[in-house]
Design a protein around this ligand. Structure first.
Ligand code: CP
Ligand code: NVA
Length: 327
């Protein structure tokens, strides 16, 4: 694994290996990232992704270098001379000092360019289409609640967005059943539907869509939602709020799921919009467990990128520590 831009570039074995490594590093913090400088550059705000990863890197002895997004992402601005330098030059420079870069961007194509221009691993901290770090933490959360081998049915109610996409991919990789429910105007395009169908066939799960949220949540093990208005979509507020009328996860909807069903949300939540207070504060709401797992999974991801031999099993934590004198 050289970069992590999407779940789709991992195979299920690699996902499993990242989660196993994350759990190995959960309680102990060997100094595997000692001497490593990891650049963080965020084009939009973040609490969980940024702080969770920074704490993980600190635990493992690494150093985070926070780069002002304006220094790297200004070259797209239309006003002449409003930018400092091209993304190409910025990436070539950061590659001289840093060992990896963690980037949150508006457009997935920016991450592709960063990968092409840089000489270090690029990790997606969320873009318009994917949120792989969230999906890995969510899979861990589901396994912690149901056990590692149980096949579950999860219903995502809401927007066909970055979080829903990566979550659906990772669940279908492991043969789970996913139902998606949202207004047609904000649903998946045909290519994505076809991709999910193929994943479900290949790995023995199911993928279903229905516009009717009541039908979608019936008997589900987990209900998941995300904001209806993602960062960068603020101008779509009025249109989307009309379309998403009726898709709030409230007690009336949640009670249609299995009696002990769990509730998940990547956060930040807009209480009273996509989710009611009584659902997000319900005893079966796992939202803060998901947040905790963002840190745990970050340990596995950054360590795997900087020491890929840990994922293939060629090396162990102990052999890496000894070889690189990290103790
Ligand atoms: N879930 C998530 O990515 O949260 P942040 O936007 O706070 O990082
Ligand atoms: N879909 C949301 C997720 C935030 C973590 C967004 O892109 O803003």
């Amino acid at each position: 694994m050289k970069h992590l831009l999407t779940i789709g570039e991992l195979d299920p074995g690699q996902v499993q290996a990242i989660l196993d490594l994350s759990l190995d590093l959960q309680e102990q913090s060997p100094q595997l990232l000692k001497g490593k400088n990891i650049a963080f550059v965020f084009e939009k705000p973040s609490l969980r992704t940024k702080v969770g990863a920074e704490v993980a890197i600190n635990h493992l002895g690494g150093n985070v270098v926070d780069i002002d997004g304006n220094l790297m992402f200004s070259s797209g601005k239309a006003v002449p001379f409003s930018f400092r330098e091209s993304l190409y030059d910025a990436m070539k420079n950061v590659s001289q000092w840093c060992d990896a870069i963690f980037a949150r961007v508006f457009s997935h194509s920016t991450l592709e360019k960063m990968k092409e221009y840089g000489e270090m691993p690029v990790v997606n901290a969320l873009c318009d289409q994917h949120h792989p770090m969230q999906a890995l933490a969510d899979l861990l959360t589901i396994r912690q609640n149901f056990g590692p081998d149980e096949k579950i049915s999860l219903t995502f109610v809401g927007d066909a967005n970055n979080v829903a996409f990566s979550l659906t991919e990772v669940l279908l990789y492991f043969g789970h059943s996913v139902t998606f429910s949202g207004p047609k105007a904000h649903g998946w395009d045909d290519d994505k539907l076809q991709y999910f169908k193929l994943l479900s066939i290949d790995h023995g799960g199911t993928f279903t869509i229905t516009e009717d949220p009541k039908e979608a949540v019936y008997n589900a093990d987990v209900i998941y939602t995300d904001t209806f208005i993602s960062m960068g979509q603020e101008h779509l507020y009025e249109e989307k709020m009309k379309h998403f009328d009726g898709y709030q996860v409230n007690m009336k909807l949640f009670s249609q799921a299995k009696p002990d069903a769990g509730f998940m949300h990547c956060l930040p939540a807009h209480r009273g919009v996509e989710v009611s207070d009584d659902v997000i504060d319900h005893k079966n709401s796992w939202v803060y467990q998901q947040a905790k797992n963002r840190m745990i999974v970050s340990k596995g991801v950054f360590t795997s990128l900087l020491y890929p031999e840990l994922l293939t099993g060629e090396e162990t934590i102990e052999s890496i520590e000894a070889k690189h004198q990290l103790i």
